[in-house]
Design a protein around this ligand. Sequence first.
Ligand SMILES: Cc1cc2nc3c(=O)[nH]c(=O)nc-3n(C[C@H](O)[C@H](O)[C@H](O)COP(=O)(O)OP(=O)(O)OC[C@H]3O[C@@H](n4cnc5c(N)ncnc54)[C@H](O)[C@@H]3O)c2cc1C
Length: 478
Amino acid sequence: MTTIAIVGAGFSGTLVALHLLRQCPPGTRIVLIERNHQFGLGQAYATGNPNHLLNVPAGRMSAFHQRPDDFLRWLKTLPKNELDGVAPTADSFAPRRLFGAYMRHLLRMEMQRPAPLARLVLVQGDVVGIDRGMHPLTLHLDHGPPIRAELAVLAVGNFPPAPVPIADPSFYDSPLYRPDPWARDAFTGLDPAAPVLLVGTGLTMVDAAVSLLDQGHLGPIYALSRRGLLPRRHVSGTPPPDTAPSYPTDLTALVRCLRREVAVAAETGGDWRPVIDAMRPFTQDVWQAMSLPDRARFLRHLRPWWEVHRHRMPGPVADRIEQARERRQLRIRAGHIRGFRVEDGMIDVIYRPRGVELTATLLVARVINCAGPGADYDRIADPLVRRLLHEGTARPDALRLGLDVTGTCALRLGTGAISRRIFAVGPVTKAAFWEMTAVPDIRRQCELLAQHLAALVRTPASITAPAATRPSVLTDAI
Ligand SMILES: Cc1cc2nc3c(=O)[nH]c(=O)nc-3n(C[C@H](O)[C@H](O)[C@H](O)COP(=O)(O)OP(=O)(O)OC[C@H]3O[C@@H](n4cnc5c(N)ncnc54)[C@H](O)[C@@H]3O)c2cc1C
């Protein structure tokens, strides 16, 4: 029997498992391992807050590239009282928790399907190491017996944001600092009238601001980032003008091309959004064709601009953010954090406003890091990551966007060699593909990776029989 182990059962890991179940030959065993008790949710869809909305319209959130309306169809089967007041239409923005429920529904259906080709085993545990010295691979868990597998897929998702570098980092040990905006305690125990600082002004900050408003926070909410750029709002628009028959792969020429398209759109009464959206099917190709210096230049100078135009806020969320700004509760600041000073249970945030030489101060009761996922693997404290890097099983990519992987998602080892047995999927592969954040991109990647792995399983020379293992099988996890 051949075993494929998948580490992480968020959207990426769950979807790879679903595809493998259909594509692998009979006798293949898929072991899906998740450190949390609930499978199929991951970080993005575990939120119970009905005001945390998807930022992609329901009509584009299917888990399956080939069946684009699958999520929408499922939404339409829900009773009205479960829809949290959202109309199940293609252009509506459903609560993220409903997308999580959809993924769990797909997993449950797959497990109940009579005689699937491969067999799925769910294991609850934290993978702390992968031993590749012997054949098969050995995955070590925080508890329970190790799992042996011929192939492994890392679907470990996003990591908490890295702290802003400051001269005296001891503040980061203070209970007034919350390093992880997704942790349960990020917003608890806060005086509703107290001023708060959210570090970052992207979609993570928007989520955090919504959470604060929902819990009745009345005090000032400061949001600070280098440029103070806020994600733009989604507006359904006209098609883009047909003036760019090709995309240049030189960064300067590409920016010129997009600016020209936006200008033409504006002249003809159109909007910039369709220009950005039209590029989506080509973004990965453009990224891969771009030189490394151009990619680095893009990250240094243009990334924040790209992010706020590309990853936008759904209308109802944008309305709340705008209203909070209008009543001066949410205050966006552009600047560079220089340090924090704690006195009498309050924090002086010392920062240099953008374009100003002198420093300024904000007095707040809590600092929550909402700076977006940490992607520099050299700075990620996760035990599995540390061990993979230490043992040379993986290496960070040159631009510090994630793990170094090939075009077929195989890990590059510390030596640069290409692993034949360990693969990665989802946001951790951003360095190779750039656009690997949202469901429409990840779903295609999962499908292609499953095809590739199924083909490996069918090649007996590359796979040998594993030793028998008895992982704890969870039947009540979904
Ligand atoms: C807050 C947020 C909102 C988003 N909203 C949207 C949206 O509206 N539309 C859209 O298209 N995209 C959205 N995205 C992007 C995208 O859908 C997600 O990033 C995607 O779900 C990534 O899935 P993943 O499985 O790779 O990672 P994750 O969802 O992070 O899942 C990784 C899983 O791996 C587990 N894990 C990690 N390490 C281990 C280990 N060592 N052992 C065992 N288990 C482990 C974790 O517990 C977790 O469950 C959002 C992302 C975030 C963060």
